[in-house]
Design a protein around this ligand. Structure first.
Ligand code: WT7
Length: 645
């Protein structure tokens, strides 16, 4: 049976009860297309506005008139929408459940407590001199304080830049410098699988390269960390003298809410900028539709807040919808590989959203760790971050979901703010491995390399022909890069960077990145970034990095490295290079394979032919293609002979 014809129809009770059934979905798609202003104006009433927008959609992707504005005269505050407006009815409802790395550590925060904590943190930030429009870098573990810090920034109109706790001091420094943060919020340490992550020490090292006014240090493990006089402030001290209330700053819908750095095919990671109104609307609208969410249900998205998935579905979309959202500091296989499922039972999780890489790793350990749990509380499963292979999909469905739970495979990107392509559990028949169909208001096309539109069942590059409210508004500090990266390849269209197939039923199957971006365990890594880290080593003359299929990670990182004349390849050097990349970027960027190569395949004009390197890394040696245009066809032979892995 091919997966393209393998259907899992919408269960009858879902069609009857869901927020959106098939007819509702078709009607919404037509309405969003026919009269976008009326459709989105109505939909945007889900938010509480200080001033409701009268201007709705004002967009042009054309080069000479390029602009993207949504709800442009609307005024609102994100923290108000995520907390204050729920207080009248839900002050005592749990807003955040915390599950620590150590299974004996957990807790809960009600909406009333969240309100007080966010207000206090906001007042502390104000006392540190943070004002509307200032940038604040957040480098924290997956603890409620991370959500509190984000919401505190939103409350006073500061723009946050969350840096994933797995990134290195150099990466932190680069991000602080790029957006000009004046304050960093961090913790003494984080915990991961019983190991301590030296967050404050990493910030200290980053701040030898770039400076900020203040570092706010939250006590998490209680470790004794050095405090730099005049710069560092202990949160527990600073909070003693502030009020429990802090007014919400009225923000224009198009004021920036946050910057989040993500890797592209060239250069350093770019600061993806999202705004207040369109982003919050999209996070909340998609959270309700895709997860068929009802206020008070226990929602667990396993992503770290250092990634966009954590921004949109652990924090903003979930809390805007009065959710009980679960924050988990640990990992799926600590203290044992049944952890996810014991947490589901412990906190009676109803909706569970994770990445295929985690499922593949758990699947390898068999069904027993899953079967030890009841999972009766679950009613919906979700997947995000990379294509889910049909085997992993079926395991998720049969073993985790016992055949009774729909799976929403959600395709989106840091740039899109929220989900764009996904089944709706009450409207869409499922096919294992397909993200199925676009949400209302999302207009997709497949194009070939020349931009020719491909009709019907076909494969090509995935583009989006019109804007949606959650679309990113810019690359921080580089308007030109925003246009060039996304709107120049196919004029008038947003290019996703993904390849995609559309089948006979109009279902979309994302096939992966077609640019020089690698998707490692659902995280984006630019090949150019890894190459830059490698060539910093004194012994390295040149490096070329490509992705290759990896059973667990989806894609692994394969590096071809040419050493300086006279340097002998060795395992020590290989280890040193891996250490170098971990140090420059972080552990997630560590190459899975390093091949020492006396020469790289280049065209006569000196361009590295990555197509050939990809084939070698993939061990697809029968189809290396035409190598006759190479400056020295002999290098390929050597590369094939000395392939590693
Ligand atoms: C890239 C975006 C989406 C938030 C987390 C990752 C890949 C994402 C899927 C999916 C196939 C997917 C794409 C996309 N991707 N979700 N359901 N099926 N591929 O955000 O780091 O910005 O990465 O992740 O290649 O372009 P990101």
């Amino acid at each position: 049976m091919t997966t393209e014809t393998e259907f899992y129809p919408v269960p009858a009770e879902w069609a009857a009860k869901a927020h959106m059934d098939r007819a509702g979905y078709e009607a919404a798609r037509v309405a969003a297309q026919a009269a976008p202003d009326a459709f989105w104006a109505e939909a945007a009433k889900r938010l509480d506005w200080v001033k409701a927008p009268t201007k709705i959609k004002d967009v042009s992707f054309a080069k000479d008139d390029f602009h993207i504005h949504w709800f442009a005269d609307g005024v609102l505050n994100v923290a108000y929408n995520c907390i204050d407006r729920h207080l009248a009815e839900r002050a005592d409802q749990t807003a955040i459940i915390f599950e620590g790395d150590d299974p004996s550590v957990s807790g809960a925060i009600t909406y009333a407590e969240l309100h007080a904590q966010v207000c206090r943190m906001a007042n502390v930030l104000k006392n540190l001199g943070v004002r509307k429009g200032d940038r604040v870098t957040i480098y924290l573990p997956m603890i409620p304080a991370a959500a509190v810090a984000m919401l505190a920034c939103a409350r006073i109109g500061a723009i946050h830049s969350v840096v994933f706790g797995g990134f290195s001091p150099d990466s932190i420094a680069g991000r602080i410098e790029d957006c000009g943060s004046t304050v960093v919020i961090t913790a003494d340490e984080g915990l991961r699988a019983g190991k301590r992550i030296p967050l404050k020490a990493n910030v200290d090292e980053a701040l030898t390269k770039v400076s900020v006014d203040k570092v706010l240090v939250i006590a998490h493990t209680g470790a004794d960390v050095p405090i730099v006089e005049g710069r560092d402030v202990r949160f527990e001290e600073a909070v003693k003298t502030v009020a429990d209330d802090c007014p919400c700053e009225p923000m224009n819908a198009e004021d920036p809410l946050f910057i989040l750095y993500t890797s592209g095919s060239t250069g350093k990671p770019k600061g993806v900028m999202h705004t207040t109104g369109g982003y919050l609307f999209w996070a909340s609208y998609t959270h309700e539709l895709v997860f068929d969410y009802r206020p008070g249900e226990v929602f667990w998205c396993t992503a770290d807040v250092g990634w966009v998935t954590g921004h949109s579905y652990v924090v903003y979309g979930a809390l805007a919808n009065a959710a009980t959202t679960l924050m988990f500091e640990g990992v799926p296989n600590y203290p044992d590989n049944g952890r996810f499922w014991s947490v589901v039972d412990k906190h009676q999780v109803e909706i569970f959203y994770t990445a295929p890489t985690a499922l593949r790793a758990l699947m390898r350990d068999g069904d027993a760790p899953v079967k030890r749990s009841s999972r009766k509380s679950l009613r919906l499963l979700g997947s995000v971050g990379e294509p889910i292979n049909p085997e992993a999909w079926r395991w998720y469905h049969e073993v985790v979901g016992e055949g009774r739970l729909p799976i929403v495979d959600t395709w989106w990107q840091t740039e899109t703010g929220g989900i764009l392509v996904s089944p709706l559990p009450g409207a869409t028949d499922l096919k294992p491995g397909s993200a199925t169909k676009p949400l209302p208001g999302v207009e997709l096309e497949l194009v070939d390399a020349d931009g020719k539109v491909l009709e019907g069942p076909n494969s090509g590059n995935l583009v989006i022909t019109d804007s949606w409210p959650g679309q990113m508004r810019g690359v921080w500090g580089d308007d030109q890069r925003f246009f060039d990266t996304y709107f120049s390849a196919y004029p008038g269209k947003y290019f996703t960077g993904d390849g995609c197939r559309r089948d006979e039923d109009g279902y979309y199957w994302i096939t992966g990145r077609v640019d020089d971006v690698i998707n490692v365990s659902g995280h984006r890594m630019g090949t150019a970034e890894v190459e830059s880290a490698l060539v910093l080593h004194d012994d390295v003359a040149e490096a070329a990095v490509v992705g290759f299929p990896h059973d667990i990670k989806g894609q692994g990182i394969y590096a071809f490295v040419t050493l300086n004349a006279g340097v002998t390849p060795s395992d020590e050097l290989r280890k040193a290079l891996i250490a170098q990349v971990r140090h420059e970027i972080g552990p997630i960027a560590a190459p899975d394979a390093i091949q020492f190569a006396p020469g790289l395949p280049k065209t006569r004009s000196g361009k590295i032919m990555r197509r050939i390197l990809r084939k070698i890394a993939e061990n697809d040696l029968g189809s290396l293609g035409d190598t006759s245009t190479l400056a020295d066809p002999g290098v390929v032979e050597d590369l094939v002979k000395n392939r590693v892995g």
